[in-house]
Design a protein around this ligand. Structure first.
Ligand code: AMP
Length: 200
């Protein structure tokens, strides 16, 4: 399987683009945020624990995140015709990047692309505020947002250098219409992945 990562700050349009990309290239879309939010809707001690971190805008502990993420990968890819997974929201720090590399290598698979969506900070704040009004997410409070953005710039963005040295980063200008961004991503990734429906 050939896997990809999509990375960008909150408000970069990552979730929207990930869904489009996964469909076009027949990838299993794995959003850790969505997986954790689904877990939070259940009634369990684990859900309460996860809710505490997410609502504060903090990262859920690495081991717990990895456990739920890779369980979902196994469960959803078994018997399915995906060509790979699209990791959205993971990895977010150096430990998680190591875990992802080890997991993929352990499966005899490959990480072939990192789609990096970049958007100026002023645009991000505006978009996040709009989303907060529209979706009413429990972690779109100003304090949680500030924390999430600072985690992105301090811990997640530095990972891009690691992938750049492997020559797998695709830099995308996210300050355009949804369609234009989707088009740029598709064009860039076509060099390493085949669109759904293509037989190789
Ligand atoms: P997102 O939907 O990607 O913005 O994620 C929402 C929240 O879920 C984050 O602020 C974290 O609390 C948690 N979360 C998502 N992905 C991860 C991850 N890779 N590691 C730890 N926590 C995460």
């Amino acid at each position: 399987m050939k896997h990809a990562v999509i990375v960008g700050p909150q408000g970069a349009g990552k979730g929207t683009q990930a869904a489009l990309l996964a469909e076009k290239f027949n990838l299993l879309h794995l959003s850790t945020g969505d997986i954790l939010r689904a877990l939070m809707r259940t009634q369990s001690d684990l859900a309460d624990e996860v809710r505490g971190y997410v609502d504060a805008g903090a990262l859920v502990p690495d081991a717990l995140t990895a456990r739920v993420l890779f369980a979902k990968l196994d469960e959803s890819s078994a018997g399915a015709a995906y060509t790979g997974a699209l990791f959205d929201g993971y990895p977010r720090n150096a430990v998680q990047a190591e875990v992802l590399d080890e997991t993929i290598a352990g499966r005899g698979e490959e990480l072939v692309a990192v789609v990096h969506i970049d958007v100026p900070v002023e645009v991000l704040t505006e978009r996040i505020m709009l989303r907060a009004e529209r979706e009413g997410r429990s972690d779109d409070t100003p304090e949680a947002l500030e924390r999430r953005l600072s985690i992105y710039f301090e811990e997640t963005q530095p990972l891009i250098a690691r992938w750049r040295s492997r020559d797998i980063v695709l830099d995308i200008d996210g300050d355009q219409s949804i369609d234009a961004v989707a088009c740029d991503i598709e064009r860039a990734i076509s060099n390493v992945l085949a669109p759904a429906g293509d037989v190789d």
